[in-house]
Design a protein around this ligand. Structure first.
Ligand SMILES: C[S@@+](CC[C@H](N)C(=O)[O-])C[C@H]1O[C@@H](n2cnc3c(N)ncnc32)[C@H](O)[C@@H]1O
Length: 339
């Protein structure tokens, strides 16, 4: 075993004592999802099962929770934690982009609530072998599902300078993306998180202030490796369609790209048909399926951020499912016209 591998293994051993993931905004999630005994809830990002456990306690003894996660380690951790709920807790390794298929496979129809708690768990972030953190020396991996072929090393070592700059700009909102891409190209092949952090530092300068200069580049690569935004764009509509009338959706986002998709999707499903009123029938297909419950995103209290600094950037949005879709406006107008 080489020295680097031995180093990673010793940090990995330390990690088994690392603090477990602390779920964020738990009281707020319970307040908005309002789970009742007997309810069927989907935790689309079950992680280590913190939210799931709190939800299962509320829906017990007959309620059921289906938990999904792309990460096999997370699935094992959640299964372990939720074992005492027996068959009322089902955990599957799957992406929420396949939410409808997973529920169909389990014979689950309409549900009472769906939670998405996006991003990474503390353990994923702190595990050097996963390669998510510029603060931990590890391989440039960043895959949530390790059966997937493409790693962060593949992207940094194979994309063109232009493609890399574009990716870092788009998914990291990083203004120095071109300079960073140039430094990456000059240092290829990059193998470790340290190699990438050094390339970014060469382009942007060393750490200054609270936010490390490599934060945005690491975020960009992680999003690209796991196609996180596409998964969210696919998963949210499936969750909305699965809710029964009165069912609730809660989404916790940790950066503006995710939050923008959440906000726009909720707005789209709460708007309904947008065809001009003079059209005899709807052409846009828009149905009003949601009532948004959070005018602005809900953020953690200063007390929660003090206890759990990772909660700092969390933003929760929630919505309630309406009936099968509001009739189009012209029809409403005709029906409410005075005789
Ligand atoms: C912030 S953690 C969730 C923590 C969890 N709520 C808890 O209380 O332990 C986010 C989880 O989402 C998972 N994840 C990310 N993208 C996913 C996707 N497309 N489908 C399913 N799980 C995903 C990650 O693997 C990670 O375990």
């Amino acid at each position: 075993m080489d020295a680097v591998a031995a180093g990673w293994m010793s940090v990995a051993a330390e990690l088994s004592h690392a603090p477990a993931h602390v779920p964020v905004l738990v009281d707020e999630v319970l307040a908005y999802l309002a789970p009742r005994p007997g309810a069927v809830i989907v935790d689309a990002t079950v992680g280590e099962g913190g939210h799931a456990e709190a939800l299962l306690r509320r829906i017990a003894p007959a309620g059921r929770l289906v938990g999904l996660d792309r990460d096999a380690d997370a699935v094992r951790a959640a299964e372990e934690r939720l074992r005492r709920f027996g068959r009322n807790a089902i955990v599957c390794q799957a992406s929420f982009a396949e939410l409808a298929d997973v529920l169909d496979g389990l014979g689950v129809g309409a549900v009472d609530g769906v939670l998405f708690d996006l991003g990474l768990s503390t353990r994923q972030l702190l595990d050097p072998a996963r390669g998510f953190s510029f603060e931990r020396a590890g391989p440039l991996d960043m895959r949530l599902d390790r059966a997937q072929a493409t790693t962060a090393a593949d992207l940094v070592n194979k994309l063109s300078e232009h493609e890399l700059a574009d990716l870092i700009y788009r998914y990291g909102e990083e203004r120095a993306s071109r300079r960073i891409a140039r430094q990456i190209l000059a240092r290829r092949p990059l193998r470790t998180t340290r190699d990438l952090a050094r390339a970014v530092e060469a382009a942007r300068g060393g750490p200054r202030g609270r936010i490390h200069p490599a934060t945005r580049t690491f975020q960009a690569l992680r999003i690209a490796v796991n196609r996180e935004l596409e998964a969210l764009e696919r998963g949210l509509p499936q969750a909305i369609e699965r809710l029964r009338p009165g069912g609730r959706l809660c989404v916790i986002a940790f950066h503006s790209l995710e939050d923008r998709i959440v906000k726009q999707t909720l707005a789209q499903y709460s708007r309904g048909c947008t065809c001009p009123p003079e059209l005899p029938e709807c052409r846009c297909g828009g149905r009003r399926l949601l009532r948004v419950l959070t005018k602005r995103p809900v953020t953690p209290t200063p007390e929660e951020v003090r206890r759990n600094p990772r909660a700092r950037s969390a933003r929760l949005r929630a919505a309630e499912r309406l009936g099968t879709g509001e009739p189009r406006r012209s029809q409403v107008a005709r029906e409410t016209e005075s005789p």
